[in-house]
Structures are given as C-alpha cells and as structure tokens.
Design a protein around this ligand. Structure first.
Ligand code: SAM
Length: 199
C-alpha cells in the first residue's frame, strides 16, 4: 500500500506542489517555533512535501532541513524553499534516528506525513524516535486505515488512541484539534511533544 502512496506523490508532484505550496499552517508553525529556544537549533521537516513549511520557517529566520521520499517533490521543494532536503523513508526509523543524530537535529516537525504510515509502523516510530528538543506532528482525526480514491494510504486516529500511544514516552506540551483548511470535512489532531527523558 505504501508504494502506491509514493507513486501518487511522485507522479503528481507538479500538481501537488502547485496546490499545496501556499497552504501554510502558520499558526501551528508559530506555536511550534515558540518552543525552539535558539533560531540556530536544527529543525527537520519530515515529509516536507512542497516545502511550504520549510519556506515559512526560513522566513522566520530559523534553521530547518527537510526530508521526504519522493525525489520529484524533493527537487521542487528545494527550489521553492532553498532548504537542504534529504531522501529519507519515514518507515525506516533507525535511518530517521541516524539522520537526527549524525546531523545534530534537535527538533522534529511532521505535518500530515506520519498519517501515511501503517498503524503498526506509526506506533514503532513513536516507540523508537529519539530527539532532544520538541516534536510537532499532525494526523487526520478518525478511525481505521484506508486508501483514498487516488490510492494513497491513510491511517486515522482518535485523540484517545494517540494519547495511549504517546503516554509512556512523551510529555504533550500542546494539543490542538482544527478543521481542514481545504474544507475536506475532516479534523486534524496536532501535538507538540517532548521526550520525558529530555527534561
Ligand atoms: C500530505 S503530504 C504533507 C506535506 C507537507 N508536510 C504539508 O504539510 O503540506 C505527505 C508528505 O509526506 C511524504 N511521505 C509520505 N510517506 C513518507 C515516507 N514513508 N517517507 C518519507 N516521506 C513520506 C510524501 O511524499 C508527502 O510529501
């Protein structure tokens, strides 16, 4: 199922880029950045898509890099945002941790990307991810896993389900439920987390 998701983003990269580059979740990014002590601390945008958030974060004079698994989107997002962007599969959690450690990345930002992981992989991600700073992520509210008409895989979560997954390792420093900006009728659940071991 995951490979159809990559195929979708790669084959539709130009259209996806044009449709999403100017949709910026500025309020949520501003809140995330308010927990970043120093503008020089490295932030990684995991599943950065069009580079919309990267561009905004750079304009705010913070220091982000990006990661995505679609080479086509990476090329467009690099040109648009000016950020360094690496090819990284978020399913490969040890590779994500290695990149965080090797590049001394402090903060994680994952807007609408981890929802493409199967639930068992999503849980493993949260069981194993290591970072020193703060971590923003957002997913669609709902239940179960399904493919959309274009063949993209989505997992949906309730707040209770996420709280159960996060309780053991993370302190939730901010939670938000908000409506979809494109009016698609779903709500988004957003968290800003710290690892409990990193106080
Ligand atoms: C719905 S888009 C969100 C893009 C951007 N973060 C935003 O908020 O506009 C999901 C992005 O995650 C990327 N993605 C999905 N699964 C991934 C994976 N396993 N590894 C790396 N990137 C992935 C896709 O290529 C796409 O760019």
């Amino acid at each position: 199922m995951t490979s159809d998701t990559l195929k979708y983003y790669s084959e539709n990269s130009k259209n996806y880029f044009e449709t999403t580059k100017s949709i910026v979740i500025s309020e949520q990014i501003d809140r995330f950045l308010s927990f970043v002590d120093n503008k020089g601390e490295l932030i990684i945008d995991l599943g950065c898509g069009s580079g919309n958030s990267l561009k905004y974060i750079i304009e705010k004079e913070y220091t982000p890099v990006g990661a995505d698994y679609s080479d086509e989107l990476i090329a467009l997002a690099k040109k648009y945002s000016g950020a360094d962007i690496f090819n990284l599969d978020l399913e490969d959690i040890s590779a994500v941790n290695k990149m965080i450690s090797d590049k001394k990345i402090k903060h994680l930002f994952a807007s609408a990307s981890l929802l493409h992981l199967k639930k068992n992989v999503f849980i493993k991600f949260f069981d194993e991810i290591e970072f020193a700073g703060v971590f923003f992520f957002s997913v669609k509210e709902g239940t179960g896993e399904s493919l959309d008409p274009a063949g993209r895989f989505f997992a949906y979560y309730t707040k209770e389900e996420l709280d159960d997954i996060l309780r053991q390792r993370f302190e939730t420093i901010y939670f938000d439920r908000n409506e979809d900006k494109l009016g698609r009728g779903n709500n988004w659940l957003s968290y800003i987390l710290k690892l409990k071991t990193c106080k």
